[in-house]
Design a protein. Sequence first.
Length: 336
Amino acid sequence: MQRRRFITHAANLVVGGQACVGVLRFLHDHAQRRAGDSRSPLLVLQHETYELKRAYQASQYQDLLARLPMLLTLRHELETEGSQALAQDWQATGVHLYHLLASVLIKLNDPALALLAAERSGLLAQQQGDSLTPAISARILTHAFAASGHHEAAVVVAQRAAQQLEQASVFMTDDGLSVYGALLLRAAVAAASAGDRATAYELMRDAARAATLLSHDNGNAQWTAFDRTNVLLHEVNIALRLGDHPTALAIADRIDLRAVRLPERGACLHIDVASANAHLGRYDQALAALDTARTIAPQELRNRSARRVFTHLQSCTRGAMHDRVLAASHHAGVPR
C-alpha cells in the first residue's frame, strides 16, 4: 500500500470509523487459509493485532501499511455486528490498533492525524474499566502531542497518567512499572524538545528508578521494551535534543548493543549516533552509523529523524564526501 493511499484510508478510519464492504468475507477467507483454524473472529483479530505489534517493533512498516487499514475496518464491522457481552474485548482490540495507527502515522510524519488516532485509542481505553489500559493509551497520546510540537502538553499528559498509575494496584508489577517508566521517558523526551533540561533529566531519573524495580531486565511488558537499556537509549536521544552531542555519543558508547533486542530501537540508536556525529563534523562516523541502522532495519531510514540527518549531511558536505552522502541517501530511499 502506498503512503498516500494509506493516509487517506487512515483518515477515514480515524474521523469516521467507517466499515467497508466485504470485511467479513476477508476474515472468513483469512481464517480458511489457516489450516484447521476454528478460532472466533475476535481471537483471529487479536492474533493479527499481536502480529502487527511485532511488525512495528521490527520496523516492518510496509507490512503495517498493507494490513492495518483492513484490520481497523474489520474491527469496526465486527464490533457493530457482535454481541454486547464482547463489547469490551472489541474495544480493547481497538485501543491497540489505534495505538499502532498513531505510531505509524508519526513515523510517516503525519502528527496531526496521529493525534486523532491516539485520542480514539484513549477514548476506547477509558471504557475498559482498569487502570493500566488508559496509561498505555496516554503513552501514544504523549508521543503524538510531542510530534505535533505541543511539547508542554505532552509532558502534562504523561505526568498525569503516571501519577494515576502510581495509585493503582498494578503499579508495582512489571506491566505497571514498564508502562509508568515508558510514560516518563516519553515525557522526558518532550521536555528536552522544549528545551527544559531540568524537567527532562528529573523525569529520566524517575524512569531509571522504575527500571531498577523490574523483576528482570530485557523485558517487553505491554510492548514498551522498557528496561535499564531502554532508559539509556532515551538518554542518548535526550542529550541529542538538548544539543549535547558529545554527551550523547559518550552515553551511546556505554550501551551494550546485545541488550538492544528490538530492531526499531537499535536502528533509532544508530540514527541518533549518526546525528550527533554529523553535528560534530564527523561525517565518516555519521555515514557508518546510518549504514548500521540500515542493516538493522532498512525501513527506519525513511522516518523523519533519519531524513533530517541525511538532509544535514547533504547540506554540510562537499566534494567526494558529498558524493558518498548522495549515494547513501539514494540507497536508503531518501531524496536529495
